[in-house]
Design a protein around this ligand. Sequence first.
Ligand code: NOJ
Length: 741
Amino acid sequence: MKDTKIIELLNEMTIDEKIGQMVQVAGDIFLSDNIDVSTGPLKNLELSNEMLYNVGSVLNIIGAERVRKVQDEYLSKNRLKIPLLFMDDIINGYKIAFPIPIAQGCSWNTEVIKTIARISAVESNIAGANVNFSPMVDLSRDARWGRVMESVGGEDPLLGAIYARATVEAYQGKDISKLGNVASCVKHIAAYGAVEGGRDYNTVDMSEREFRQYYLPAYKSAIEANAELIMTSFNILNGIPATVNKALIQNLIRKELNFKGLIISDYGAIEETIAHGVSKDEKEAALKAIEAGVDIDMMSKIYANFLKELCLENKEIENKVNESVLRILKLKNRLGLFENPYGNSDVKKEKIYLMNEQNLKKAKELTQETFVLLKNKNNILPFNKNKNIALIGPYIDNIAITGSWCMFSDKSKCTTILDAFKKKVDNEKLFYAKGSEILRQDEINSILKADGLPTINIKNESEEEERLIEEAKDIAKKSDVILLALGEHYKQSGEACSRSNISLPENQIRLINELNKLHIPMVMILFNGRPLQLNNIEDKLDGILEVWFPGTMGAEAITEMILGEVNPSGKLTMSFPQNVGQCPIYYNHYNTGRPHIDDLRYVSRYQDIPTESFYPFGFGLSYCNFKYKSLKLDKKEIKKNDIITATLEIENQSNNEGYEVIQLYIQDLYASVVRPVKELKEFKKVYFKPNETKIVEFKINVEMLKFWNENLHYKAEEGDFKVFIGSDSVNTLEDTFVYYD
Ligand code: NOJ
């Protein structure tokens, strides 16, 4: 449809119809037996039945048939036949569950990120999705926050920015109306990852410099990649909830970053400004949100019930409503919905494309790039197939490994580690015992209760725990090695999953301690959505393979890696703390005036634990043994527009082939403001043949030296710099150079 037609359409709309476009509801109402909003599932929203058939978009309705049904029902009663927009939480895949976002980031490979986003876009688009609520690019430093699992860049602004762009471009393609493309909604703006104490929905208060340096780059990069939508975050940012924060939305997002797309609130967030205590009532909440520039109210009654009154009182507000509606109609138009309200949903194509063999195969390879080998004492891994192997743990025979956000995935192709091993090794040499439940029942019950689900009756739990351990010990005794599959429950990470205890569950720690008494080499495969505290179990394990929540192909991917058919190459994107007391912990921190020196009292340190992380940012082992040497800079001075070439030699001292992620960090040694001890500036993932030595080259330019200076200008300052190149943020070679303006 031509833009002029869109304007004509806007002019034809009543104020109620316009406001409806700015309201988003849960789409299943249109499939429900009770579609009456005064008694049905949307009762709390207090919408009128008339408003229901004016709403502009729905969330989390997907599946070509369902989408078509909902659209038909809606259009049958919508006066101007303006199609609904379908927005969905496709976080780590639709039918194929891919590794959770934090895991994807650990690949340090944009091709992995892009391919996952592409397959997810095509799968969800032919199932009717127009918009994906992804990527989530909130910088995450605090493992207590359950949503770190959704953060693709972890604690690093550069990774966040690179991944944000890659995802948005892969989702949207060149034309969002084309088959297989969806509009991308980047979230959550802003600084949601910095909630105090890691407690979800909590307060964020930070300096502008801190915000610009660390948190903004990923959002900015998504905007520059033309993300069609932005979702505001639940938190307060510097005293004002993000959703009604004019400085954030008007000044930064709209004016400075020139964002032209749609801004949608998070679920109920406009109404929550009343609980925050910045809106005295619903009407004021509506006023603040529209004045700030929120185009769509997700799942609250505020816009639906209070915008009209505001429009009648104030022409300015009506103008703002017109602007928002125009943006919404234009997005629908760019998606081609006026010509075809069903979008690219297609039942026949679903049958052919969803979960197809080629994508499943690809998914397995992509998944393998996300695993991080954290420990491999005496090269215990890979396992020799001829050994007797004890498979123990609640995740050995379990397919609940897709993570808490993969709501629509098809579990039929998900296999278990047990079955995958049975296919690969002599079954006579394989022994299995569950060993423990994931959680004790009271812990599960408290989660179920909070979800409003029926709880489980607790009976004879300690006897059962004992029995499971004994059974595990019995089979372990017949084995040469033990492979443990342990971890968090998938409901322990994700939204509203903040935790003050980030150790493995108690019953699993007991299992490790009991098995440890047998003195049989033990490797743990770790399933989790956040960095865990491992210092209480690490010394009992010979190997640790971090697999996060790996998704549909997880079990097969793990089995191949444990048996040495593929080599681990992932690196951490979040530091693992010594214990929870260190959170938030991140590699790119500032120096204090009293940097840590061992055995000195009045320095910045803990009395009871080391200062550094347990596993640093960027860390990850391989079945290869990489030696870094001979770092050289071609010159020691850099001027504007200059480039320094850094070269180093890396030798693969092993008979295995594999990939290594080589990381370049820079430190500005003195400046007008305190600078981080190290900042990632570039990385390369390089393939090595067995015993191969390669010369690797990096270019250092002045852009890499810029920061938000004393006057909040983004500039490089003259002076001395250090460059570090290494296999992680701690193990590096280093040199220095000088920058002259
Ligand atoms: C709340 C979450 O914060 C957000 O990430 C998600 O996209 C929306 N709900 C919609 O489900």
